[in-house]
Design a protein around this ligand. Structure first.
Ligand SMILES: Nc1nc2c(c(=O)[nH]1)N[C@H]1C(S)=C(S)[C@@H](COP(=O)(O)OP(=O)(O)OC[C@H]3O[C@@H](n4cnc5c(N)ncnc54)[C@H](O)[C@@H]3O)O[C@H]1N2
Ligand code: MOO
Length: 398
């Protein structure tokens, strides 16, 4: 049995970034750039006004209440470049080209319009006032966004402004999920004695989709060695990441471990000193990675967030792979015994964190409310209200 830290390190060292693919910009948010994106444009592409006002030669405004004749207008979208003559002014609107020759734009609020012209209430206007220079944001041939940048909506906006339509990104994994357990029945079917509704595939599909994983295939298998072996043999050739749920402990009908061994999956680790999720397994076959998730549903999801999500992020090029952690005061006392570190379902704010009732590994009722996990190492069996603990924020924490 290895420690949580060793398991996390093995996740990092055994995961490789996937190949790259071209995506349209609209479908690239949440991906990581595989190549630098260069700029072919200057932004702004022309001298641009940042205010509604009047373009002037700044030297023309030496005394307050100078009046200049209004000789034209430059509005956003105009395709006619204008030229400003000394001793005159041209009206400009925000985003419009500043007429050639003009050295400043005085905002409308500092002027007064008369029939004879525009009176400027200001004197000593600095050169360049309210004029955005060509290429002030970026110039042609500069790197707009370097490889390995995670694309956010802000990135998409910036690249759209640069007329970028497609980008090279690292692809996200093709994921196969194998659900084991003879006691499981599909939601919507009648529940007979001894059965429970199968919930983990819905949960895993939801968390994968939230991470932008698009290709998710779910298969079900009976608790039978031959069927489990055949299912896994096929899946490990088709998917980058194979997740199994259940059947990974020591029960008479737990066949996942034997099946993986039979098809030649190399074990990277099996069993982590943690609660929940002790029987977590990581293996490798060729380029596929296989994670056997413990069947108890809260253990399944804790292991997903702490180990599988980081592996997926590393596969698509992210380096900030683990859940962000905050040290926060806990609002309740908590104690536990044993040698395993604990992950507690919790509700966090930016100020404090509360461990929820119902920490057993079969309980999803508490997970349904959680937005964080508290990580307590086994060296710390008792925490008192007010003490600082490590809270791992779930992706939808806000
Ligand atoms: N003798 C021992 N027994 C167990 C040990 C152990 O060390 N020695 N470890 C326990 C721990 S800890 C865990 S965690 C579980 C993990 O066992 P499995 O991965 O083999 O999981 P199952 O036995 O198949 O299922 C456990 C539990 O979860 C329910 N389950 C499973 N899959 C789903 C699903 N898709 N949807 C809803 N519920 C699911 C299943 O019905 C069981 O109740 O082993 C302990 N035992
Ligand atoms: O490792 Mo298990 O998830 O404690 O029941």
């Amino acid at each position: 049995m290895i420690s949580v830290q060793e398991a996390k390190q093995l996740i990092q060292t055994s995961t490789q970034v996937l190949s790259k693919e071209k995506r349209t910009l609209a479908d690239a948010v949440g991906y990581v750039l595989a190549e630098d994106v260069g700029s072919t444009l200057a932004l702004p592409p022309f001298r641009q006004s940042s205010m509604d006002g009047y373009a002037v030669f700044h030297e023309d405004l030496t005394t307050p209440d100078t009046e200049l004749p209004l000789v034209g207008e430059s509005r956003a979208g105009t395709d006619t470049p204008l030229l400003l003559a000394r001793g005159t002014t041209i009206r400009v609107l925000t985003g419009a080209p500043v007429p050639e020759g003009a050295t400043a734009v005085v905002m409308k609020e500092k002027t007064e319009q008369r029939e004879s012209g525009i009176v400027f209430n200001t004197a000593q206007v600095p050169e360049g006032l309210n004029v955005r220079a060509i290429g002030q944001q970026i110039r042609p041939h500069e790197v707009a966004m370097p490889a390995n940048t995670y694309l956010t909506p802000g990135s998409v906006g910036f690249l759209a402004a640069l007329n970028v339509e497609e980008v090279w990104v690292f692809r996200k994994p093709l994921v196969g999920i194998l659900v084991t357990g003879d006691e499981l029945v599909q939601p919507g079917m009648p529940l007979r004695f001894g059965q429970v509704y199968e919930s983990s595939s819905a949960m895993l599909e939801a968390v994968l989709k939230a991470e932008g994983v698009e290709s998710i295939t779910i298969q079900y298998v009976a608790d039978e060695e031959a069927a489990t072996t055949e299912a896994l043999r096929g899946m490990t050739t088709k998917y980058d990441l194979v997740l199994t749920t259940g059947g990974v402990s020591v029960g008479t009908y737990d066949f996942v471990g034997t099946a993986l061994e039979k098809i030649g999956v190399d074990s990277i680790f099996y069993k982590v000193k943690q609660r929940p999720g002790k029987p977590l397994y990581l293996g490798r076959k060729d380029t596929a990675r296989i994670v056997a998730l413990p069947g108890n549903p809260a253990a399944t999801l804790v292991c997903f967030y702490e180990y599988v999500l980081p592996a997926i992020r590393l596969m698509y090029g992210r380096t900030d792979c683990f859940l962000p952690a905050l040290r926060l005061p806990i609002t309740n006392d908590y104690s536990f015994s044993g040698e395993r570190d604990e992950f507690l379902k919790a509700i966090a704010t930016t100020e404090a964190v509360t461990a929820l009732e119902g920490q057993e590994s079969f309980v999803l009722r508490s997970f349904a409310l959680a937005n964080a996990l508290i990580y307590l190492p086994s060296s710390r069996h008792t925490v008192a209200k007010g003490e600082l603990v490590e809270a791992h924020l779930l992706p939808f924490f806000c």
